[in-house]
Design a binder for this molecule. Structure first.
Ligand code: ZN
Length: 150
């Protein structure tokens, strides 16, 4: 078993208890649903994309602390960013939580994404952390088939 105290860092606890950007999004023009059956995490991501920019991002659903915190931090992080930058962040986050890339101070401090690097030793938790990102990416690409981690 993983060490909860190591894994559930302050950022994760905070964002899972008080998720930001939670709920429906009026005027959203991109939607996607994601499902992580191994853990039971389910999420819907709503975006407002204007031109090449993600203007607004919100999410709904239920899941474990890591999936909720990840969705909360993600929606905070991508708001106001160009779509190309959001896609690059998705790739970077994926490398971070799968252990392919070490967290930099930038990522840790500015975007708080580094907090999730601790899941890299727990393959099931990696799926919890990446579910919202995969779902968001599907929304950006306009896919309407539900995303599943399996
Ligand atoms: Zn989970």
């Amino acid at each position: 078993m993983f060490d909860l105290q190591d894994l559930y860092q302050e950022i994760i606890i905070d964002h899972s208890k008080r998720p930001r950007n939670f709920g429906a999004l009026e005027g959203a023009n991109r939607h996607a649903e994601g499902d992580n059956p191994l853990c039971g995490d389910q999420i819907k991501v709503h975006l407002i994309v204007e031109g090449d920019t993600v203007r607004e991002a919100r999410f709904e659903g239920r899941g474990c602390a890591i999936s909720t915190a990840s969705a909360s931090v993600m929606t905070d992080t991508i708001k106001g960013k160009p779509v190309a930058e959001v896609k690059a962040l998705f790739e970077q986050f994926h490398r971070l939580v799968t252990g392919e890339e070490e967290p930099s101070d930038d990522v840790l401090e500015v975007d708080r994404l580094g907090a999730f690097a601790g899941v890299r030793d727990y393959p099931m938790r990696v799926k919890c952390a990446t579910l919202s990102w995969h779902t968001m990416n599907a929304a950006l690409e306009g896919r309407d088939d539900p995303i599943s981690t399996e």
